[in-house]
Write a new protein. Sequence first.
Length: 293
Amino acid sequence: MVGGALIRGLQRHHDVVGVRRDDVDLLDAKRVRTFFQRAAPDLVVHAAGRVGGIEANRRANSGFLVENTLIGFNVVGAARDVGVSALLNLSSSCVFPRDRELLREEDLLTGLLEPTNQGYALAKISVMYLCEALSAEEPSISYKTFVPCNLYGPGDHYDETRSHLVPSAIRKIDAALSRGGSPVAIWGDGTARREFMFVDDLVTAVQRAIENWKGTPEILNIGLGHDHTVSEYYEAVAAVMGYTGGFVYEKERPVGMRRKLLDVTRAEHWGWRSTTSLEAGLRATVADCRGSR
C-alpha cells in the first residue's frame, strides 16, 4: 500500500525506482547491497516490512521482530555501504509506550510497549535507532525517520489475517451486504480510539521532506492530530458502503491500546498537515477493495 502510493505520487517529480518482493529479497543482505549498487539512488525511502493486524501480531510476535529487523538493517546497511547520503525510514506509532494517550516524539523509549505488537515495535525501534546512530557517527550520512499514524488506502490488505481496522471494516461490511445485511462483528466494545490517515497524505509529507531535507527533523510524527472511536470508523465505512444492518460487539476480543494519537505539533511547525477527509479516503479505499475482487 505505502510503496505503491509513494511510487504513484513521487514519480510526478522524481525518477523513482520501486522495489517489490519479486525484485529483491530484502531478507538477503547481499542481494539488497547488489541492487543498491546497480540502482545508485540519491535517496532511499524505506517503507518495506511484514505487517498485520492485532491477531497476526499476537500469533507471530517473533516473526514480526526478526523479519522487520532484518529487512530494516539490510536496507539501511546497504544504503550506508554504497554511499547513499540520505534515507527516510518509515516507522510506526506502535514504537511509543503503551500508557500514553498523546504520543510525542520525546516520549520514545520512556515506557513499556503494547504486548500485542511488541515484536513489530522492537524491530521498528531498532531500525530507527540505527538510522540515528549512523547519522551521528558519519558526517556524510543523514538518515531520518517518520513515525506515521495508522494508514489506509488503495492497495491495503483486505484479507482476514492481515487487515487492520479500516480494511477489516470494509471487508466485513462488504461480506454482510452480500449476505443480505446481517450484523457485523466489532472486536471489543467499540470505544477504543484510533488515528487512521489516508496513505496519499503520507506521500505529501515524504515529498516535502525530499524538497526540504536539511529542514526536516530527525524524527517526526506524521498524522492527523485527531482520532475516532472504532465504532465511528465502522459507522463511517457503513455510510460510504450503504450498509444499515447494525453491529454486534465481541467484548472478549483483544483491542490493543485504548488510544493511539500522535502529537503533530512538530509536523505543523515544519509546514505540513493532512488534508484528506475520512469520507474521501474511505470512498477511494472501498472502490479499490471492490475493484480488486
